[in-house]
Design a protein around this ligand. Structure first.
Ligand SMILES: [Zn+2]
Length: 77
């Protein structure tokens, strides 16, 4: 089960459907150089899995101690 608080960016918790990068690693360009942004399909996949795990009202927030999951974050916004 992906852990959205384990990495420097929550989207890194899922593998990338576009470039095939494994969880925990930044997206790669076809040239194997690091991409400047994570692929859109990976961001969408992370969103989908996050909501499946934590529910449609959950949000992830960046606190001083790292990433935290707020179960009602989206409901308040
Ligand atoms: Zn990618």
């Amino acid at each position: 089960m992906p852990n959205f608080t384990a990495y420097g960016h929550p989207v890194l918790a899922v593998a990338c459907p576009t470039c095939g990068t494994a969880p925990g690693f930044w997206c790669r360009r076809p040239s194997a150089h690091m991409a400047s942004n994570l692929h859109a399909a990976r961001r969408a996949e992370a969103d989908r899995v996050f909501m499946e795990q934590h529910g449609p009202t959950a949000a992830i927030i960046h606190a001083a101690s790292g990433w935290l999951i707020d179960p009602c974050g989206r409901a308040r916004d």
